[in-house]
Design a protein around this ligand. Structure first.
Ligand code: HEC
Ligand code: HEC
Length: 261
């Protein structure tokens, strides 16, 4: 009788740990984006929640002290993760409020839209031409690293949200030691390299080239509420299925433990 109780307890510990781990993973990974951001959605959210302080053009012109997203010096040392945290938690001690009421995908979408204030369209178009000529053979025409194995994938948003434009610029200029990524310092001018960095930034977004031409904007139907939830993704469903199985196992063992008592 006593032995059954001990066995039951010994089984419970790993089961509960596994349970906790699955939920932990699901919550943590839920914060990181896995698909490209929607600028259409980002624009709508910005216009109704942020433009009142940051200005419709993102230049911080309406509320005194609001961040200016057209300021090159500020933008190139920032990244989307930092912006995401500011939108999620606000900036304590300033007028910047938290936006926990926006869903996680909505927050990533609006953060992406902030970059469009920094990315001058003419420069991006210029960068596109140089990219296609010099970089696409390795990094792929769509920036997905499909040209050669090991080339960096600029559509990998969970990686890109942690990159600063200045760091990307340095890597383009100096190359990456120990890889086939060459240095472009001598063959491309400073302006050309910056324009490429701005073009590279567009690979994170859906519809950058449409959003610069307002007549082409379609209503945002890409995301519905149900598809936003983590539990509707394949991984989420697998987590739920495994959790249910674990719960059944726990109940079964519990019943067995009771019987033996
Ligand atoms: C009530 C006015 C107000 C509103 C509304 C507002 N902001 Fe801000 N925001 C500010 C101010 C002021 C700052 C500057 C805070 C500081 O000094 O660091 C700021 C800073 C920021 C920053 C930069 C934080 C950093 O890293 O320094 C981001 C990103 C930002 N806002 C995004 C947004 C977004 C996105 C929205 C809408 C969803 C929004 N803000 C709505 C006032 C506002
Ligand atoms: C001969 C193939 C090749 C060419 C051409 C090439 N790259 Fe690369 N690039 C690579 C490889 C391989 C890596 C992966 C190095 C690594 O692991 O970060 C890389 C990495 C990078 C990175 C670093 C990303 C990061 O944050 O680690 C940037 C930025 C980059 N390339 C931009 C460019 C640009 C812009 C051009 C064109 C001007 C270009 N590359 C041309 C092969 C190439």
């Amino acid at each position: 009788m006593k032995r059954g109780g001990i066995l039951f307890k010994m089984l419970m510990v790993p089961l509960l740990l596994a349970f906790g781990l699955f939920f932990h993973i699901s919550i943590v990974s839920g914060d990181y984006p896995i698909e490209q951001f929607s600028l259409n959605s980002g624009r709508e959210i910005f216009d109704s929640n942020c433009a009142g302080c940051h200005g419709e053009k993102g230049d911080g012109s309406v509320f005194k002290g609001a961040f200016n997203f057209t300021n090159n010096e500020l933008m190139i040392i920032n990244n989307s993760s930092v912006f995401f945290d500011a939108v999620t938690n606000g900036v304590p001690g300033t007028a910047m409020p938290p936006f926990g009421k926006l869903s996680i995908p909505q927050r990533w979408d609006v953060v992406s839209y902030l970059w469009t204030f920094w990315m001058d369209f003419t420069e991006v178009e210029h960068g596109k031409t140089i990219y296609q000529k010099n970089c696409a053979s390795c990094h792929g025409i769509n920036g997905d690293g499909s040209g050669i194995t090991g080339a960096f994938d600029f559509t990998n948003v969970s990686r890109m949200v942690r990159e600063e434009p200045e760091v990307i610029f340095t890597r383009v200029s100096d190359g990456v030691d120990g890889t086939s990524m060459p240095s472009w310092k001598d063959s491309l001018s400073v302006d050309e390299r910056w324009n490429i960095v701005k073009y590279i930034w567009t690979f994170q977004f859906k519809g950058y080239f449409q959003i610069r031409q307002p007549s082409l904007i379609t209503p945002n139907t890409e995301r519905t509420l149900s598809s936003e939830a983590w539990y509707s993704s394949p991984i989420g469903m697998a987590i739920i299925a495994i959790s249910i199985l674990l719960a059944i196992a726990v109940l079964y063992l519990f019943g067995k433990g009771m019987k033996e008592r």
